[in-house]
Structures are given as C-alpha cells and as structure tokens.
Design a protein around this ligand. Structure first.
Ligand SMILES: [Zn+2]
Length: 241
C-alpha cells in the first residue's frame, strides 16, 4: 500500500472520517451537529461547522468562507455532502482546536502540544503567550536531545552540535532572530517577539522537528521494507529489525 501518512496531517479526511484533535485518533468517524453563518464583513459571509467525534464525543469548530452543502442524517446530525469530495480540508481557514496533529505523531507529544499552543496564541495575537511556548519548546527539545546550556542561545548552539543531521542554517535562523530582537544577556529581561518573528520561529521549528523525528523514521521504515523484500527474494529468515 502506498504511503498514506499525508492524510494524518489533515483535519477532515473525507465526508465520513477525520483526525480527531481531542482524542488524537486518526480516521475516526464524525458528524456535524450544528452549522451557523454570520457576516464577516459587509460583503462576506462566514460559515461555522461543528464536527463531533463519534469516539470521544468532543466537538471542534471550523470556519469557512464557503458554504458547504450538507445532507441530513437523523435528528440533529448532518454530514458534508459526498459531492464535496475529499477536499473538504482545504475549505477551512480556521479551526479550534488548531493544528495539533498537523505535526507528525512521531514528534514527541510535549513538543507538539507546545507548538500547537504557540500557534494558537499567535493566531489570536497573544504574542507573549506564543513567545513563552516557543521558548519552552526549545527548552523541552534540549532536554529530550540531551543538549546543554543555561539559556536559549546556548541550548540552540548545543542542539546544533548534537544534531548535525539537521542543516545548521535552521539553528542559525533561530539564533539570528534572538539576536535581532534582544541584545540582553539575561533571559529574565527578554521582551518577547513580534508576530513576524514568531511566524519565522515556528516555521523553522516545524522543519527542525520534522528532520529530527520524522525523516529518520521514514528512512528506517523504507530501509526495513527494502531489506524485507530482499529477504523474501533470497529466502532469508525474517529478522526482527
Ligand atoms: Zn475524538
């Protein structure tokens, strides 16, 4: 079967199943129990869809500028019309909870949670909250990777040393932002980042986390699959790799 892991990074997979942001189950069925519309501006409407997970019964909120056709199931439950196709996900511009699972589940949960919180804060323009989460993410990442350092800069330098499989420019970018925004030595006197800095920090961290935790696993899985095919071909006994 071809690699379907890109589906894990979607919210809605199709009109029947989604990846639940609450119970973190992939491919679980959902239904819509409510939809609303309101005026976003004088000329633009916004449509709100509430999707309820059939596994944990929690409800997420999803905003779209497009009215998506619904079909009635029973009492107060609806589905997106099948004709909408598999591209439902791209119709939403904002969702609560945010994109926790757009980060691959191979990335440690603590880091994903902090990333998601930073992203949520940034979307609501809570810059101090977003800054704190991003810094805490670096702190936790340093602990997980056994990196050292008394402050943000030192931890990043240590991470760069430890993980030479990740392009150094990514760590340098994080250091540059820090230097641009603060020439203060002590972390306690740090002022916080602006939205443009945070966007770059989160994009950089997203890449770094992918390279640290996702790519090596994918490579390893591919290597095992190839070895297994080779084993089948030459009749080697299966190894528990
Ligand atoms: Zn759920």
């Amino acid at each position: 079967m071809s690699d379907q892991s890109h589906l894990d990074s979607k919210y809605f997979i199709d009109t029947h199943v989604f990846n639940c942001p609450f119970c973190n189950r992939n491919n679980v069925s959902y239904y819509l129990d409510r939809s609303l519309e309101f005026d976003w501006s004088n000329s633009k409407k916004c449509y709100v869809y509430f999707a309820r997970c059939t596994s944990c019964d929690k409800k997420s909120m999803n905003l779209s500028f497009e009215e998506i056709e619904l079909i009635h199931k029973f009492s107060s439950s609806y589905r997106f019309n099948e004709e909408v196709g598999d591209d439902i996900d791209s119709k939403f511009f904002y969702t609560v909870p945010t994109s926790f699972f757009t980060l691959d589940t191979r990335i440690p949960k603590t880091l994903r949670e902090l990333f998601s919180e930073a992203e949520g804060c940034l979307k609501s323009n809570y810059l101090t909250g977003a800054s704190v989460c991003a810094r805490k993410l670096i702190y936790e990442l340093a602990i997980i990777e056994g990196a050292e350092g008394e402050n943000y800069d030192e931890r990043i330098k240590s991470l760069k040393q430890k993980r030479q499989d990740v392009e150094g420019e990514y760590f340098d970018t994080l250091l540059t932002i820090q230097q641009l925004t603060s020439d203060k030595v002590h972390e306690e006197s740090y002022d916080g980042w602006q939205s443009k800095h945070l966007k770059l920090i989160l994009s950089t961290l997203n890449e770094i986390l992918g390279m640290m935790y996702v790519i090596p696993t994918l490579r390893d899985e591919k290597r095992k699959a190839i070895l297994e095919m080779k084993g089948d071909l030459v009749g080697e006994p299966k190894q528990n790799a």
